[in-house]
Ligand binder design. Structure first.
Ligand code: TNX
Length: 555
């Protein structure tokens, strides 16, 4: 009897066993649901395939026309961990190659073409097609996530370097997907910020909002006003019983270097120097700048806060400082700041702050920001401002196109911005403030005015397009904000950022989903994908909070 006949015969004798066996075999052969790979943020559509792609040293990155820079960046990012010097070349695609094509794949809706991509991984090839280089870069981030997490290691690690067969169609829900870093409350070096850009770009965020100045520090050299950094850059918020922590500042070359690094990661920098309040460091620097030829010899008239003369305050107090809207010196200083930062920042926005300006009447506040809008526009930028003041104070008249950043829980300030016809970036403090405290955490890090002991579910469980008075059509995007009053080290920043920033990234990128509550199917799926990032965090050396909501593979 032939083997197949024998099998059939056995089956006739034991139908049930045989049928079950056949079902298993059939599933394995074609229909078994292969779990989707753990990509964060979740792609729009993922169709799993069969088999595995093996990246080897013989692979080429085949760079279609216009893809050279992204192709070289891909080869460079794969090199440290694999040790492979992958060829980047044109020409034919062979087995084992990764191909990049700059073209419309035909699978993206019109709104998805600016940043969308189509990625196909088979046993034989990886093919990434996107209409723009930004889309290709986004697809490259997905490729990196399909590889083992140790691919992000800075030094050679052992393979195999495999990717599951899959077809992914993907594009973002919102174009503005931001991460805000406050380098005023605690100074961070350019190298620190570049590392934070790596984190943001890995999860397809595309805006770095740099909070460059606040009461406790001013962080970038402004030509003509050396005291801004020499005096204003000296300190940071005092922690652990100190009056003041160490400060620091960037040269303009440093700033340009960060902007360029961000641009290579398709991240746009939005500079912010807060006004008309949150600027005690500027007041402290310029109040005595009597010999500066750009001022009129009486710079004391800039001081309109609660303290005149101003006094250093390295605590976490807010809203007490202020510069006078009717002082020519105020505008000489702000014009230099806005002009120089605008010239060094290729993106469309300049953020003028505008929050918590307690020393001012509505008239003074409006006079200040209305004048500042004109300066920002004269330097070719679109103004952005914190919505609690910028969009809400009567008399504040942001120009057409100006953007409000909503941060009050419930987004009442966002609703005011919509009333003024503004687009809104959503950063509701109880969901999107990455500086709020974590549960079961003895790090001592974080503030808790908006969200006490807030875990991953809180950062995940919200919808930017569903706040009263803020229709989805008015939402430009989403931002996670890392205020730095308590973060003394880069590790502290990473710890508050990860993994909650991944939730913000998913809210900003992925299609609307029912994310309600820690028991939702969406959250259960999300935490699985977050868990898979552990090897990535570890290989990159990024510090993270071990949320009890996440089934981390390694205890
Ligand atoms: C509120 S949000 C602030 C910041 C603080 C932050 C701390 C906003 C525009 N102002 O100045 O750093 O809370 O969570």
């Amino acid at each position: 009897m032939s083997p197949s006949l024998r099998r059939r015969a056995q089956c006739l004798g034991a139908v049930a066993v045989c049928a079950a066996g056949f079902l298993v075999a059939a599933r394995a052969a074609q229909a078994a649901p292969v779990p989707a790979p753990a990509v964060v943020p979740k792609p729009v559509s993922t169709v799993t395939g069969r088999g595995t792609f093996h990246l080897t040293a013989r692979a080429s990155v085949v760079a279609g026309r216009g893809t050279g820079a992204v192709a070289r960046a891909l080869a460079a990012t794969l090199r440290p961990a694999t040790g492979y010097r992958l060829a980047v070349r044109g020409g034919a695609v062979h087995d084992g190659d990764i191909e990049l094509v700059l073209a419309d794949p035909g699978t993206l809706p019109p709104a998805g073409r600016a940043e969308g991509y189509q990625l196909s991984v088979t046993k034989r090839h990886v093919t990434l097609v996107a209409p723009t280089t930004h889309g290709l870069f986004n697809g490259v981030q997905t490729i990196r996530q399909l590889l083992p997490g140790r691919i992000v290691a800075a030094h050679r690690r052992s393979g195999p370097w495999t990717m599951p067969a899959v077809s992914i169609t993907d594009y973002p829900r919102y174009q503005y997907r931001g991460y805000m870093i406050d380098i005023a409350r605690h100074y961070r070096t350019p190298a620190d910020v570049k590392r934070l850009i790596d984190i943001a770009a890995t999860y397809k965020l595309d805006v770095l909002h740099l909070h460059l100045s606040d009461d406790q520090g001013f962080r970038v050299v402004i030509n003509g006003f050396p005291r801004l950094t020499a005096i204003g850059g000296q300190g940071s918020v005092g922690t652990q019983g100190r009056t003041m922590d160490p400060g620091g500042f960037w040269t303009q070359a440093d700033y340009r270097g960060v902007v360029a690094y961000a641009a290579r990661h398709f991240v746009t920098v939005v500079p912010e120097v807060d006004s008309p309040s949150h600027n005690n460091a500027i007041e402290m620097s310029e109040y005595g700048d009597v010999d500066n030829p750009r001022l009129n010899g009486h710079p004391q008239d800039i001081s309109c806060g609660f303290n005149t003369p101003p006094v250093w305050n390295y605590s976490t107090d807010v809203g007490y400082s202020g510069m006078c809207p009717d002082s020519d010196n105020t505008w000489a200083i702000y014009r230099a700041i806005i002009g120089q930062l605008s010239a060094m920042s290729p993106g469309p926005y300049y953020h003028l702050g505008g929050d918590e300006a307690h020393p001012f009447t509505n008239e003074q506040y409006a006079a200040f920001v209305n004048h500042e809008n004109q300066i920002v526009q004269a330097f070719g930028k679109t103004p952005m401002g914190w919505a609690d003041g910028y969009a809400t104070v009567p008399g504040s008249t942001p120009p057409a196109g100006a953007v409000a950043e909503s941060w009050l829980p419930g987004a009442t300030d966002g609703a005011a911005a919509v009333q003024k016809g503004m687009k809104v970036v959503m950063a509701p403090a109880d969901h999107a403030y990455l500086d709020q405290t974590l549960p079961n955490d003895d790090s001592g890090l974080g503030l808790s005015w908006a969200c006490r002991q807030c875990d991953l579910d809180k950062a995940y469980d919200w919808d930017p397009g569903s706040f009263d008075g803020v229709p989805d059509s008015s939402v430009l995007g989403v931002e996670g904000a890392l205020w730095s009053e308590t973060t003394r080290t880069l590790g502290d920043v990473e710890y508050l950022t990860l993994p909650r920033l991944l939730a913000i990234a998913e809210v900003a990128w992925s299609p609307k989903a029912d994310r309600s509550g820690p028991s939702s199917a969406a959250f259960a799926d999300f935490v699985q994908r977050v868990a898979a990032q552990q090897s990535r965090f570890d290989a990159a050396g990024w510090r993270y909070y071990r949320s009890a909501e996440v089934p981390w593979p390694e205890a």
